[in-house]
Ligand binder design. Structure first.
Ligand SMILES: O=C(O)CCC(=O)C(=O)O
Ligand SMILES: [Fe+2]
Length: 289
């Protein structure tokens, strides 16, 4: 039978990262305080109400998905920058990148009657081009309602991280991330998982916040979902998590095409937010003559 490891929110970080590397998933119990939960409910309730359900079986014809949460919800920003989570994300992805960035924010509201989502690996966003040894992603689904077997708690296949591409999981190898509201499922980009079937009478609401290697394209385009006029009012750590900083010496500069008489090109993204970079981008290993 499949087993999922549960940690208290203050558990040792290296224990959590080790389980994530081996199993590809685990749960942190009660990682969100009640006050934040209340503020999230009041920020997100109207957004959930206004969101239509999906147009295909993967996104879910009875599932609402709402993004741009950094721009839309102040309370969501605290979850995006939750210190335990960002520390874990950095440690987990550190073998493959200098910097991490926000990959997507999405309320996933599974309504009664929604069938199970096809199981998948989230790394398929990059179309299967990434070598298997590179782990691209650190994912969270925060439970905003209790996640139960009946209401569609996420199905995960612990240990499926290094399986050959053609191996299919059995039901015995799959387990649901049952957890009380305020807990968070952590899972990698390489573990097989999918939303569960909602056989209950009420919604299963999760908040999917994911991080990826700083040199990859992100699923949610953060520059369009949180444009400079909104990003300029945010905390610098959050601005940088959104991608408003150089990814490395050469990654992410811009030029202002309206400048013609005095051109000041190759600007770091912070410039559009009205401030200089907080640190100099490290230079790539140059081949010296
Ligand atoms: O809603 C869930 O529990 C999982 C959703 C998911 O895996 C996805 O949409 O990629
Ligand atoms: Fe997924």
């Amino acid at each position: 039978m499949a087993e999922l490891v549960y940690f208290d929110a203050d558990a040792d970080k290296s224990d959590i990262v080790n389980v994530l590397r081996e199993d590809g998933a685990c749960v942190l119990r009660d990682a969100m305080d009640d006050d934040l939960r209340k503020r999230l409910d009041s920020d997100l309730g109207p957004l959930i109400e206004a969101t239509p359900t999906g147009r295909d079986d993967f996104s879910g014809r009875l599932t609402g998905r709402t993004g741009a949460l950094v721009a839309r919800s102040e309370a969501s920003r605290e979850l995006v920058m939750h210190p335990t989570i960002t520390d874990l994300a950095r440690e987990f992805l550190e073998p493959f990148t200098e910097k991490i960035q926000l990959h997507l924010t999405q309320i996933i509201n599974i309504q009664p009657g929604q069938g199970a989502q096809p199981r998948h690996r989230d790394r398929l966003a990059w179309g299967g081009y990434l070598p298997a040894e590179i782990e691209p992603q650190f994912n969270t689904i925060w439970a905003l309602t209790d996640f139960t077997e009946e209401n569609g708690a996420t199905r995960v296949v612990p240990g499926s991280v290094n399986w050959p591409e053609d191996r299919r999981p059995t039901d015995e190898e799959t387990i649901q991330a049952v957890m009380p509201a305020g807990s968070v499922l952590l899972y990698s980009g390489s573990v097989i998982h999918g939303g569960g079937q909602n056989l209950s009478e009420s919604n299963r609401t999760g908040l999917n916040i994911t991080y990826c290697l700083g040199w990859l394209r992100t699923e949610e385009n953060q520059y369009l979902s949180c444009p400079p006029e909104i990003a300029e009012g945010l905390d610098p750590d959050l601005q940088e998590m959104l991608g408003y900083t150089m990814g490395s010496y050469a990654l992410g500069y811009y030029s202002d095409p309206t400048e013609v008489s005095e051109i000041n090109d190759l600007r770091p993204p912070e410039f559009i937010l009205g401030r200089p970079p907080r640190e100099k981008a490290s230079s790539a290993a140059l081949i010296t003559d």
